[in-house]
Write a protein that binds this ligand. Structure first.
Ligand SMILES: [Zn+2]
Length: 195
């Protein structure tokens, strides 16, 4: 995938619509890597800075350090693990603790503006920016939309997609790409086993 496509967050295999509202921010963080073909925007601090800028999450002049990059990668994979759990996988130990830690680093606190209550980071910089992602996940867990944000189960893929099917039964990021390949692989394995 093109780097610019990952940065824009507008690529949705299978023609799916992105997650609604701020939950799209969580989806975009998880989709900062094309695990099958590359690139990975979180390969270096520059890429993380670019992504945060593109989302308007970083105040001008804020620095991005190697520990920030580590924190962003850890949060991304914890979110992906929880999205795999939304798709029926067993929950990965430690994923929720990674969200707790990111929320604590950001010093998330409840605020009550007229538009509605929300969690707002007390810290700036990358800690605060990642806190906004966690706050979006938190709000979605409360309103129920979180359960539809799933990670594609094809091991090399793991793409985050929002399941808008009426009974929330979608499994693959794209039936044509991942669903088809996994099913074809199973078919050939069965044929080979049958001799
Ligand atoms: Zn997929």
């Amino acid at each position: 995938m093109e780097r610019g496509a990952l940065l824009s967050g507008t690529v949705h295999p299978g023609g799916r619509e992105p997650a609604p509202g701020r939950l799209a921010l969580v989806q975009m963080l998880v989709n900062t890597v094309d695990r099958e073909h590359g690139p990975d925007l979180l390969d270096d601090v520059g890429g993380l800075g670019e992504w945060l800028d593109a989302r308007g999450l970083l105040e001008p002049g804020a620095e991005v350090s190697p520990p920030d990059l580590e924190a962003a990668r850890e949060l991304r994979e914890a979110l992906r693990a929880l999205m795999h759990a939304n798709n029926g996988a067993p929950e990965e130990p430690g994923a929720r603790a990674a969200l707790d830690a990111a929320a604590a680093r950001a010093e998330l606190r409840p605020m009550f503006p007229s538009e509605g209550p929300e969690l707002v980071p007390g810290r700036g910089g990358v800690d605060g920016a990642l806190g906004r992602v966690v706050a979006a996940a938190f709000a979605a867990m409360l309103d129920g939309s979180w359960a539809r944000l799933k990670a594609c189960p094809r091991v090399i893929c793991g793409w985050a997609f929002y399941d808008r099917s009426s009974n929330a039964s979608a499994t693959w990021c794209s039936m044509a790409v991942c669903g088809g390949r996994v099913k074809a692989g199973a078919y050939y394995r069965r044929r080979r086993a049958a001799g």
